[in-house]
Design a protein around this ligand. Sequence first.
Ligand code: CA
Ligand code: CA
Ligand code: CA
Ligand code: CA
Ligand code: CA
Ligand code: CA
Length: 371
Amino acid sequence: MIKKFLYFIIIFIPLLSCSVSKISKKEAVYDKKSFEQALVEQNNIKHSLRADAETQPVISDNITDDCADDPAIWYNSKFPEKSIVFGSNKKRGIHSYDLTGKQKQFISYAKINNIDIRQNIVLDNKEYDILGGSNKSDKSIDLFIIDSNGKVKNKPDFTIGLGENFKPYGFCLYKNPKGQFFAFVNDKKGNVFQIKIDIKNNKFLAKTIKKFKLNSQVEGMVADDKNEKLYVAEEDFGIHIFDLKNPNNKSEILNGSTKDNTKIRFDIEGIALLPPHYLVASSQGNFTYAIFDLKENKYITSFKIKSNIVDGVEDTDGLEIYTGYLNKKYPKGILVVQDGFNFDKGKLNFQNFKIIDIRKINKLIKKTTHP
Ligand code: CA
Ligand code: CA
Ligand code: CA
Ligand code: CA
Ligand code: CA
Ligand code: CA
């Protein structure tokens, strides 16, 4: 364990030092000192997993660009092994990959920050699989219809303008138990909009039905369709739980997601649901992930992802989980996480996404809750 860590320090820190010091970005970890501090903090987290695959790097101008951000997973019901991982590129569009990480599509058109997918949405008596994203270039929400092969067009099928004064940031989709379809979008001021989406006579319609505001910068959001809850990560505060059945927008705090939990280092970034009742959050400040039990409303444990066949994961923005059979390698599903520092053969490359067998997380939960 210690030997491995030392190996990491000796081999990687000098490489990181030259690359990281050049990075000038406005989000999370950007300088050598905070990077090294995060690695020290990461070392305090005991549980360590390995990624099983990584995607091809995203496309950008400079190797130090912070551009990969948020994944989404499309399940191919006919051929599960042909399911698709989508990944946003917040400088230029959306990429898609097969389960080995090979790029399938690159939709280069706008700064897409966060993306999400809902499948089998029935609108105007027709069924759709829809990919949505928050578009920073055009201040809009963009929707793409996903075809039966997991492909989307090179331009969105529908764009919902949010007005000149709203700069979209975090984003998620929501299908309630009645089958109604919604998008949630937030901005850096903490504003959250809920928008109802419909199709009438082959035309998309959108209507903002709810607006509320949190105290500081938010981004990561995920909706629990079955239990009608919305989870919103206030980056430097913690995770809020909104009961979508309650019209008053009253929220609770997810216990153990605030600064009283020393295992978490802000920002809290991407959040994803892990059925039956868990939530995984990126604790970006210490390059780890926190697991919460939503039924008990409590923190369970944290883990990190270290190098093996692919490099370890640092500074994760978005993450996503799919549970269910995909292929022999992933019979129970996958966790996909963005990697802020993608190394290939010890050299910094463009950012990418890592794929992890979800059984590793399930095993960790079992070990922690039933030791
Ligand atoms: Ca980032
Ligand atoms: Ca997502
Ligand atoms: Ca953020
Ligand atoms: Ca990495
Ligand atoms: Ca982000
Ligand atoms: Ca790599």
